[in-house]
Design a protein around this ligand. Structure first.
Ligand SMILES: *[C@@H]1O[C@H](CO)[C@@H](O)[C@H](O)[C@H]1NC(C)=O
Length: 328
């Protein structure tokens, strides 16, 4: 009982990168650069979509949402981590810890849901182009987006509640650079059976459902692309779905390499470094992937950058022509 009372008041000790003292300067430089690039890249995507009315289509709205999630996700972790990288570890209260853990889970589950809705959007655009505008109307997209955000915020609640009820005994040292649920569970001396079961069930349902939606969408997309007669049509359909597929692979790959492993190979140190992957890779490469692979987007980006000089000139009608040609 005494432990119980203690744990409510005691702080957690977040190790961060204080176990790698020689690497603190290079890590600080690298992380600052990554954070800056992620912010600039994703903000540029959101501004480009916002300021080009021909990009006001479901696909770009969802890409904008993805950029927004990525900015939020990395901002929950990086500024705090960077500001404390030169300290010898830091303290966090249980409440602060839970808020951070909850926010990270919200971002992960929202991103899973969003990626599967984006796959569905590509499926409708490619396999059912004539009805695309009715199936993915503005109202429907709003509903999808609202559903994604609501589910994203609700699904991590049970986890967070259960973790808040754990008792922590001797060690309060979290060998991580943010408050992560698996690391907290390792410290608990009460039974984590309920959380683990819940994780497996919720995780499996959410992961499987979004994964199945993506797989089914892509099976249909590929078979419809193979059936297309014109080479131009095939290239168009391929290029828009390829960007999405690359992002899906990066996100699923990095999450799975961190969390879907046999428990025997689970070490806190590896886990800490691996989780950098899913926090950094998708947010950092999203803008690159979408702006490099997508002619329509590149054009709009260039237009946004030069908008001061070319507004309302002939270039606009040229862009409109090209856009009409490559629009799916
Ligand atoms: C997210 O998607 C919804 C629905 O398509 C859209 O209305 C909204 O503007 C998007 N938000 C961002 C930040 O892109």
């Amino acid at each position: 009982m005494k432990e119980d009372n203690l744990s409510a008041f005691e702080d957690f000790f977040i190790v961060g990168f204080s176990d790698l003292p020689k690497l603190q300067v290079p890590l600080f430089a690298a992380f600052s650069l990554i954070y800056l690039m992620t912010l600039v890249g994703n903000l540029l995507i959101m501004i480009t979509i916002y300021s080009n009315s021909h990009l006001h289509t479901p696909m770009y709205f969802f890409i904008g949402n993805l950029s927004f999630i990525d900015i939020c996700g990395i901002t929950i972790i990086f500024p705090l981590m960077l500001s404390r990288i030169f300290q010898n570890g830091t303290h966090m209260s249980l409440a602060e810890c839970l808020v951070q853990a909850y926010c990270v889970m919200v971002m992960i589950s929202t991103e899973f849901l969003l990626l599967s809705v984006m796959a569905y959007d590509r499926y409708v655009a490619i396999c059912n182009p004539l009805r695309y505008m009715t199936i993915m109307s503005k109202a429907v997209c709003m509903r999808w987006a609202a559903g994604i955000w609501v589910l994203g915020f609700v699904t991590p609640v049970p986890h967070t509640v259960l973790v808040s009820k754990l008792t922590f005994c001797e060690s309060h040292t979290v060998n991580h650079f943010f408050c992560e649920v698996p690391s907290l569970m390792k410290l608990s001396c009460s039974s984590t059976y309920a959380i683990e079961t819940l994780s497996y069930i919720l995780g499996a349902v959410e992961l499987m459902m979004s994964f199945l939606l993506i797989i089914i969408s892509y099976i249909n997309i590929v078979s419809s692309i193979l059936k297309m007669k014109s080479k131009g049509g095939r290239t168009k359909a391929f290029s828009t779905s390829a960007s999405h597929l690359i992002v899906v692979i990066l996100f699923y790959g990095s999450i799975c390499s961190t969390y879907v492993r046999p428990t025997s190979s689970y070490s806190m140190q590896n886990n800490k470094l691996l989780s950098l992957l899913y926090i950094v890779i998708t947010p950092l490469f999203n803008p690159v992937i979408y702006s490099l692979k997508n002619a329509e987007f590149k054009m709009a980006l260039r237009k946004t950058k030069n908008s001061g000089q070319i507004a309302g000139t002939k270039t606009d009608s040229n862009i409109a022509k090209v856009v009409r040609k490559i629009d799916i």
